[in-house]
Design a protein around this ligand. Structure first.
Ligand SMILES: [Mg+2]
Length: 152
Protein backbone atom coordinates (compact mmCIF):
# COMPACT_ATOMS: atom_id res chain seq x y z
CA UNK A 1 0.00 0.00 0.00
CA UNK A 2 1.34 3.39 -0.98
CA UNK A 3 1.73 6.32 1.39
CA UNK A 4 -0.84 8.17 -0.72
CA UNK A 5 -3.40 5.41 -0.14
CA UNK A 6 -2.77 5.61 3.60
CA UNK A 7 -3.61 9.32 3.48
CA UNK A 8 -7.26 8.70 2.73
CA UNK A 9 -10.32 8.09 4.84
CA UNK A 10 -10.97 4.96 2.76
CA UNK A 11 -7.76 3.49 4.21
CA UNK A 12 -9.52 3.49 7.60
CA UNK A 13 -13.18 3.08 6.60
CA UNK A 14 -14.50 1.57 3.37
CA UNK A 15 -17.22 3.59 1.58
CA UNK A 16 -19.75 0.90 2.55
CA UNK A 17 -18.84 1.16 6.24
CA UNK A 18 -18.97 4.96 6.03
CA UNK A 19 -22.49 4.72 4.63
CA UNK A 20 -23.64 2.40 7.43
CA UNK A 21 -22.03 4.64 10.04
CA UNK A 22 -23.72 7.72 8.57
CA UNK A 23 -27.14 6.10 8.76
CA UNK A 24 -26.69 4.76 12.30
CA UNK A 25 -25.04 7.91 13.62
CA UNK A 26 -27.86 10.12 12.34
CA UNK A 27 -30.38 7.84 14.06
CA UNK A 28 -28.33 8.14 17.27
CA UNK A 29 -28.14 11.93 16.96
CA UNK A 30 -31.90 12.17 16.45
CA UNK A 31 -32.49 9.87 19.42
CA UNK A 32 -30.21 11.93 21.69
CA UNK A 33 -31.94 15.18 20.76
CA UNK A 34 -35.46 13.71 20.91
CA UNK A 35 -34.79 12.27 24.36
CA UNK A 36 -33.51 15.63 25.61
CA UNK A 37 -36.60 17.33 24.14
CA UNK A 38 -38.92 14.71 25.69
CA UNK A 39 -37.26 15.19 29.10
CA UNK A 40 -37.83 18.95 28.94
CA UNK A 41 -34.28 20.15 28.45
CA UNK A 42 -35.22 22.30 25.45
CA UNK A 43 -38.66 23.55 26.58
CA UNK A 44 -37.66 27.00 27.85
CA UNK A 45 -35.05 27.49 25.14
CA UNK A 46 -37.55 26.75 22.38
CA UNK A 47 -40.13 29.00 24.07
CA UNK A 48 -37.61 31.87 24.14
CA UNK A 49 -36.92 31.44 20.43
CA UNK A 50 -40.66 31.39 19.67
CA UNK A 51 -41.37 34.51 21.78
CA UNK A 52 -38.49 36.39 20.20
CA UNK A 53 -39.70 35.52 16.72
CA UNK A 54 -42.85 37.53 17.46
CA UNK A 55 -41.13 40.48 19.18
CA UNK A 56 -42.56 43.71 17.75
CA UNK A 57 -39.61 46.13 17.89
CA UNK A 58 -36.64 44.24 16.58
CA UNK A 59 -36.21 42.11 13.52
CA UNK A 60 -37.56 38.72 14.56
CA UNK A 61 -34.97 36.70 12.66
CA UNK A 62 -32.15 38.67 14.29
CA UNK A 63 -33.58 38.05 17.77
CA UNK A 64 -34.16 34.36 17.09
CA UNK A 65 -30.59 33.99 15.81
CA UNK A 66 -29.27 35.75 18.93
CA UNK A 67 -31.31 33.46 21.17
CA UNK A 68 -29.98 30.44 19.32
CA UNK A 69 -26.40 31.70 19.82
CA UNK A 70 -27.00 32.13 23.55
CA UNK A 71 -28.62 28.72 23.87
CA UNK A 72 -25.77 27.12 21.92
CA UNK A 73 -23.23 28.86 24.15
CA UNK A 74 -24.89 27.45 27.26
CA UNK A 75 -24.99 23.96 25.77
CA UNK A 76 -21.30 24.21 24.81
CA UNK A 77 -20.43 25.06 28.41
CA UNK A 78 -22.44 22.06 29.59
CA UNK A 79 -20.22 19.93 27.31
CA UNK A 80 -17.20 21.52 29.01
CA UNK A 81 -18.73 20.69 32.42
CA UNK A 82 -18.87 17.01 31.40
CA UNK A 83 -15.16 17.24 30.52
CA UNK A 84 -14.52 18.66 33.99
CA UNK A 85 -16.44 15.75 35.53
CA UNK A 86 -14.27 13.36 33.49
CA UNK A 87 -11.10 15.05 34.76
CA UNK A 88 -12.38 14.91 38.34
CA UNK A 89 -13.00 11.20 37.87
CA UNK A 90 -9.39 10.74 36.79
CA UNK A 91 -8.18 12.76 39.79
CA UNK A 92 -10.05 10.31 42.01
CA UNK A 93 -8.49 7.27 40.31
CA UNK A 94 -11.31 6.68 37.81
CA UNK A 95 -13.73 4.95 40.20
CA UNK A 96 -16.73 2.90 39.08
CA UNK A 97 -19.42 5.03 37.48
CA UNK A 98 -22.28 6.11 39.78
CA UNK A 99 -24.95 5.32 37.21
CA UNK A 100 -23.29 2.61 35.05
CA UNK A 101 -21.26 0.61 37.59
CA UNK A 102 -23.49 -2.46 37.26
CA UNK A 103 -22.12 -2.89 33.70
CA UNK A 104 -18.54 -2.33 34.84
CA UNK A 105 -18.15 1.17 33.43
CA UNK A 106 -15.92 3.75 35.08
CA UNK A 107 -16.64 7.39 35.79
CA UNK A 108 -14.44 8.40 32.85
CA UNK A 109 -16.51 6.24 30.50
CA UNK A 110 -19.74 7.70 31.84
CA UNK A 111 -18.53 11.28 31.42
CA UNK A 112 -17.21 10.62 27.90
CA UNK A 113 -20.64 9.19 27.08
CA UNK A 114 -22.24 12.33 28.53
CA UNK A 115 -20.02 14.47 26.28
CA UNK A 116 -21.05 12.54 23.17
CA UNK A 117 -24.75 12.59 24.11
CA UNK A 118 -24.63 16.35 24.70
CA UNK A 119 -22.76 16.94 21.42
CA UNK A 120 -25.34 14.89 19.52
CA UNK A 121 -28.23 16.63 21.28
CA UNK A 122 -26.85 20.06 20.35
CA UNK A 123 -26.17 18.91 16.79
CA UNK A 124 -29.79 17.75 16.53
CA UNK A 125 -31.04 21.14 17.79
CA UNK A 126 -28.87 22.97 15.28
CA UNK A 127 -29.95 20.68 12.45
CA UNK A 128 -26.40 19.60 11.71
CA UNK A 129 -25.45 16.40 9.96
CA UNK A 130 -22.55 15.82 12.33
CA UNK A 131 -21.48 12.47 10.95
CA UNK A 132 -20.91 14.04 7.52
CA UNK A 133 -18.72 16.68 9.16
CA UNK A 134 -16.86 14.01 11.16
CA UNK A 135 -16.15 11.86 8.10
CA UNK A 136 -15.05 14.90 6.09
CA UNK A 137 -12.79 16.04 8.94
CA UNK A 138 -11.35 12.52 9.19
CA UNK A 139 -10.58 12.65 5.46
CA UNK A 140 -8.75 15.96 6.03
CA UNK A 141 -6.89 14.49 9.01
CA UNK A 142 -5.86 11.41 7.02
CA UNK A 143 -3.99 13.68 4.59
CA UNK A 144 -2.01 15.44 7.34
CA UNK A 145 1.67 14.63 7.85
CA UNK A 146 2.93 13.01 11.03
CA UNK A 147 2.01 15.34 13.94
CA UNK A 148 1.77 18.09 11.27
CA UNK A 149 4.15 20.45 13.07
CA UNK A 150 2.62 20.03 16.52
CA UNK A 151 4.40 18.79 19.67
CA UNK A 152 1.27 16.90 20.86
MG1 LIG B 1 -21.85 13.75 33.70
Amino acid sequence: MSEEQKNTLEHYLTPEVQERIEYSFLQLQNACHSNAVDKGFWEEDQAVVEVLKSAPRVDAATLAAKAQENITSTKLMLIVSESAEALEGLRQGNPPSDKLHEWGHTQLEEELADIVVRVLDLSGFLGFNLIKAILRKMAVNAKRPYKHGKKF
